[in-house]
Design a protein around this ligand. Structure first.
Ligand code: DGY
Length: 332
């Protein structure tokens, strides 16, 4: 009996791992907490039929070629696929799976958690207490921003952006959004980007990282924001020009920023952003809840198993591979 060869680039939650093992008990799993190095990845991918990766691995043409022409599926335990060269995979007829939907709520919650933390200066307050600076209640101590009556601008109104709008209703926020391809929902009003930036007290970014959105948040974007505005980014670090953001935060041309994602990740400890009190940074935790990560692993496993069986992936990023099927692809 021949089994397909599978490489999983990290230990994923049991929910997904069990599904893969139930179908294919023979697996190669990278056991470390840190991801495989590039060389290790190239080596372990050689000869595999299925690859289950995370957003920490660069899956490009070189990797696909190193794996070999038998590679039938690449499944990423992420909704974002900017770490994968989708064009190269499509050209090779390899379907790519991702995990949309299951992390929408967790990520929208994180956008709000970050917004609250920065607007109400939660982290600064906590540090103030631990540093032994809390001597009295003071009418002017660590004043932040009000929510009721404020305007929230959402850039990118897909699943996560609209889930943020849904939450905003409960806080009496006026909500604007900019996304030419999206329909209005949850009382959010569509506007052009300039109007959004000029009118919003809070700006939350929810676009995928592509060549068009790289450094979308640049000096020109930041200068249009209100001087007391807050920027929240839970999408991808590359969407923000971090050096322009540093300049804006340092000069206080905006009030603060909260970043769940940076470029690169992890953010180097000598990043100037870490010098700023008005910049809150957390380590890409948007989807980091037990249930969400279980479901992400399950969807990733479903995609992997379907691809290995020669079936259509339940969540496929490049469905065009099915209209020009690759020669020789078949169920194992
Ligand atoms: C994703 O799945 O792309 C998210 O960024 C993970 O949190």
């Amino acid at each position: 009996m021949t089994y397909p060869r599978i490489f999983i680039t990290r230990i994923i939650p049991d929910k997904g791992l069990a599904l893969v093992k139930e179908n294919y008990p023979h697996l190669d799993i990278w056991p470390d907490e840190m991801p495989p190095s590039r060389d290790e990845l190239l080596q372990r991918a050689r000869g595999v039929d299925g690859l289950l990766c995370l957003l920490t691995e660069r899956i490009d043409a070189e990797l696909m070629d190193a794996a070999g022409s038998q590679l039938k599926v690449i499944s990423s335990m992420s909704v974002g696929v900017d770490h994968i060269d989708v064009t190269a995979a499509t050209a090779r007829g390899i379907p790519i799976g991702n995990t949309p939907g299951v992390l929408t709520d967790a990520t929208a919650d994180m956008a709000f958690a970050l917004l609250f933390a920065v607007a109400r200066r939660v982290v600064e307050g906590e540090k103030y207490v631990r540093d032994g600076k809390w001597k009295t209640w003071h009418p002017q101590l660590l004043l932040g921003k009000d929510f009721v009556g404020a305007t929230l601008g959402i850039v990118g109104f897909g699943r996560i952006g609209s889930a943020v709008a849904k939450r905003a209703q409960g806080f009496d926020l006026r909500v604007l959004f900019h996304d030419p391809s999206a329909k209005a929902a949850y009382g959010a009003q569509p506007v052009d980007l300039d109007t959004l930036l000029q009118e919003s007290d809070f700006v939350s970014v929810h676009v995928p990282l592509t060549s068009e959105t790289r450094h979308l948040v640049n000096a020109g974007f930041l200068v249009k924001m209100k001087s007391n505005a807050i920027l929240v980014n839970t999408s991808r670090g590359g969407v923000v020009d971090q050096s322009a953001l540093y300049d804006a935060l340092r000069a206080q041309t905006i009030f603060a920023a909260a970043l769940d994602v940076t470029d690169p990740e992890p953010l180097p400890m000598d990043s100037t952003l870490l010098e700023l009190d008005n910049c809150l940074i957390v380590p890409h935790l948007g989807s980091a809840s037990h249930h969400t990560r279980d479901m992400m692993s399950y969807l990733a496993a479903e995609n992997l198993v379907a691809g290995l069986k020669g079936e259509r992936l339940p969540n496929c990023v490049n469905p065009e591979v099915y209209s020009r099927p690759r020669k020789g692809i078949g169920a194992l």
